[in-house]
Structure formats: structure tokens, C-alpha cells
Design a protein around this ligand. Structure first.
Ligand code: AMP
Length: 401
């Protein structure tokens, strides 16, 4: 059984084809700069001997329709599939599902309309996701297609966690509430952790920390998301690469007045020029580590703020959950940032969270425990795999439909 996973951005298409029996990635790639003079497709595939090959192709790709056609033709040419009918399903990453979608959903015209209605909530992401769905439905009309929403996993949050303390009518009329994002990743690592702990997910209390260029944390009680740090948009919560995370909302009004700037510009500053980049000028954690090691005080401050915010959320979510089985690190920084993980967990022994520094320092691409033998709460590093989770959810929803 083969499943294609598509993640369409405004000028990019990321894809993978999985063989579902063994979760093997048969081909994967990233097409970027769609619509520009020269577009670039970087792709990998397994050849007839099972060896991984990779190549780059450059040329003009006018739009997403041409882009997906190029990808499908290439996949056929490489022999990954012989015919489009070999695809059992296509899973689409969709950022915002609002309150309408709490699970992966088989796509039909009504679903497309509902995703379109959600554009006001996710103007930066949903239009591109929708474009991906539309071209894929047109090019592969016989293949079942499933939308997998970043927000869906968090639809189990109780009202006390998802409401903002603003006039209630804004929730009723304008859908203003916490939705949360990265749900596919939080769910995937939670499932992996439950398997590792040999416990049903429904009995696991977990704090999942997804930290890459974007970042969010989730409190998972009995396998269900009960709170998460991103809000109505991905701007809330942790200090991120270029997003501010939590700030006093009055700062936005103050800046707009003090600099006489429109709100669009303030929104752009908080999304694209804040976070780690706002503090030290750079958003890549490895580069920030190099700067900090060279004595750059703002780089050090950025790392300290990043870790401190996460530590605060661990405390908050510990209190929400009452008891915690594991704290899980994932995402580029969560999986690789030895020093950040150490700094975040330092001083949490009183909460039963005790890190084994040697295990933390060991490099690996595998799921692993990095807590001491005696640690009441396990500390885990679990590489995320959002694409595989989307593929698995695609299969589940095709089967249940
Ligand atoms: P992601 O968005 O999940 O791909 O994560 C990207 C972030 O992970 C960037 O800030 C990278 O600098 C960071 N990252 C990758 N490798 C390391 C590493 N070895 N140590 C610290 N941060 C890392």
C-alpha cells in the first residue's frame, strides 16, 4: 500500500511516498521557488537495488499545478510507482481546521469549502494548503484524498484552556479561541512514547516539547491534548526562531502608536523579526550557539530566554496534569540541542525530572531516554515524523470511511 503525503506552501511543495507495510520512504522531495524565474526540485528515491539516490532539477515551474505534475511524472519515471492508481491515498497537511475538524477527514467538495472558510483564521497557510488539495484532486481524480489538520489533535482541550478572557461574543461570532498547532507532531511523539513505556496512550500523561524554528508545548492527559502553548495563531507561547511567543498584548498597541505603523506591520514584526532573531539578529540555534560561545551577550540572552520560557511552561503543565510520565523533546532543537535540553531541565529535580548528562550528550537519531535511572519522570528525545503520521492517519481515515 503506497501513500503520497503533500505539504503545499505558498511557493513550495514538500512530498513523500511511503510504503505503508514497512513505513519505508520510497521517494521524497522539496520543490521550491514555484512561480519564480528558476524553481528547484531536490529529490531522493530508492533505486531498484534499494539504494538511496538523490538529485536536483532546476527550471521554471509556473504554479502548483505544474509543480505537482512535475513531481508525479518524475515519480512515474523513477519507477517508484508505475501508475497513479497504485497510490492508495494522498494525505494533505492542512494547518487550520478550526472547530469543524477534530480528526483527519476524507476530502470532498464540502470539505474543500469548509477549509476555504477557515482562511481568515490562517491567512498565511490555508490558501496554499488548499491550492495543493485542488491541484492534487484534479491530477489524481481516482485517488482518495485526506486532509490532516495541525489543529485537530488539540480539539480535545477543555473550554477552560481554549477560551481567552475577552468578551464571549468574540468566540461565538468570530471564532476567537485557542486552537493550537503542530498537533500531528505532538500526537506522533506521544504515541511513540506510549509504545516505549509499554502503556496504552490513554493512560499516559505527557508534556511534549516541539522546538524547531517554530515551537510549541502540549500538556497531554490520558493521551489527549488538554492545553497547548500556541493559540488562535502560531504566534503565542514559546520564544521561537522569529516569533515573539507570549507578550503583553498591549505592546502591539503601544508600538503601533509610538511608531505610527499599521497593525499589519506590527504583526509582521512579531512573526518574522522577533523571537531569537529579535534578541540577537539570528534565528538559527546552531549559529546562536556559536555567537554565544564567542562572547556575544545578546546571543546568550536569546538562549537563556528560550530555555526559561520552556521551563516556565513545564511548571505550568505539570500543575495542569498533576502527575507526569514523561517530558518529550522533539523538533530540530529538541532532537539535537544538547545544551538547550540541559539548561531547560536544570533545577527540575524537585519535580522528579532528573537528567542524565551523559545520556543527554550522546548523539543518536533514535528515540531515547535521557533521564537518570531514578528520575520519577522520564525525559525522552523522540525524533518527530509528521509525514509518517499524516500517511498513517490517511490510511486510517480511508479505512474508516
Ligand atoms: P526544525 O524547524 O525542526 O527543522 O528545526 C530547526 C532548528 O533546529 C534550527 O534553529 C537549528 O539551528 C536547530 N538545530 C538543528 N541542529 C541543531 C543542533 N545540533 N544543536 C542545536 N540546534 C540545532
Amino acid at each position: 500500500m503506497k501513500v503520497l503525503v503533500l505539504n503545499a506552501g505558498s511557493s513550495s511543495i514538500k512530498y513523500q511516498i511511503f510504503n505503508m507495510e514497512d513505513s519505508l520512504v520510497l521517494t521524497s522531495g522539496l520543490l521550491e521557488q514555484i512561480g519564480e524565474v528558476s524553481s528547484r526540485l531536490k529529490y531522493k528515491w530508492l533505486d531498484a537495488d534499494g539504494e538511496q539516490q538523490e538529485a536536483v532539477q532546476e527550471g521554471h515551474v509556473a504554479d502548483h499545478n505544474e509543480g505537482l505534475k512535475l513531481i508525479l511524472d518524475l515519480t512515474l519515471k523513477l519507477g517508484v510507482i508505475k501508475d497513479l492508481s497504485e497510490l492508495s491515498g494522498i494525505g494533505h497537511r492542512v494547518v487550520h481546521g478550526g472547530e469543524a475538524f477534530w480528526k483527519p477527514t476524507l476530502i470532498n467538495d464540502k470539505v474543500v469549502d469548509a477549509i476555504r472558510e477557515m482562511i481568515a483564521l490562517a491567512p498565511l497557510h490555508n490558501p496554499a494548503n488548499l491550492m495543493g488539495i485542488e491541484v492534487s484532486r484534479a491530477l489524481c481524480p481516482g485517488v482518495p484524498q485526506v486532509a490532516v489538520f495541525d489543529t485537530a489533535f488539540h480539539q480535545t482541550m477543555p473550554p477552560v484552556a481554549y477560551h481567552y478572557a475577552i468578551p464571549y461574543s468574540y468566540y461565538k461570532d468570530l471564532k476567537v479561541r485557542r486552537y493550537g498547532f503542530h498537533g500531528t507532531s505532538h500526537r506522533y511523539v506521544a504515541k511513540q512514547c506510549a509504545q516505549h513505556l509499554r502503556k496504552p496512550l490513554s493512560e499516559c500523561n505527557l508534556i511534549t516539547i516541539h522546538i524547531g524554528n517554530g515551537g510549541s508545548m502540549t500538556a497531554i492527559k490520558g493521551g489527549r491534548s488538554v492545553d497547548t502553548s500556541m493559540g488562535m495563531t502560531p504566534l503565542e507561547g514559546l520564544v521561537m526562531g522569529t516569533r515573539s511567543g507570549d507578550i503583553d498584548p498591549a505592546i502591539a498597541f503601544y508600538l503601533a502608536r509610538a511608531m505610527n505603523k499599521p497593525f499589519d506591520e506590527i504583526e509582521n514584526i512579531l512573526n518574522k523579526h522577533s523571537g531569537l532573531k529579535g534578541i540577537c539578529g539570528v534565528n538559527d540555534m546552531r549559529e546562536i550557539e556559536r555567537l554565544a560561545a564567542g562572547g556575544n551577550l545578546n546571543a546568550k540572552l536569546a538562549i537563556d530566554m528560550f530555555c526559561y520560557r520552556i521551563k516556565k511552561y513545564i511548571g505550568a503543565y505539570y500543575a495542569v496534569l498533576g502527575a507526569v510520565d514523561a517530558v518529550i523533546f522533539t523538533g530540530g532543537i529538541g532532537e539535537n540541542g544538547v545544551d538547550e535540553r540541559a539548561q531547560i531541565c536544570a533545577g527540575l529535580e524537585g519535580l522528579g525530572i532528573s537528567m542524565d548528562n551523559e545520556k543527554n550528550a550522546a548523539r543518536s537519531r533514535e528515540m531515547r531516554e535521557i533521564s537518570t535511572e531514578g528520575s520519577r519522570v522520564k525525559i525522552m528525545v523522540i525524533p518527530t515524523n509528521e509525514e509518517l503520521e499524516i500517511a498513517q492517519q490517511t490510511v486510517e481515515s480511508i479505512r474508516s470511511a
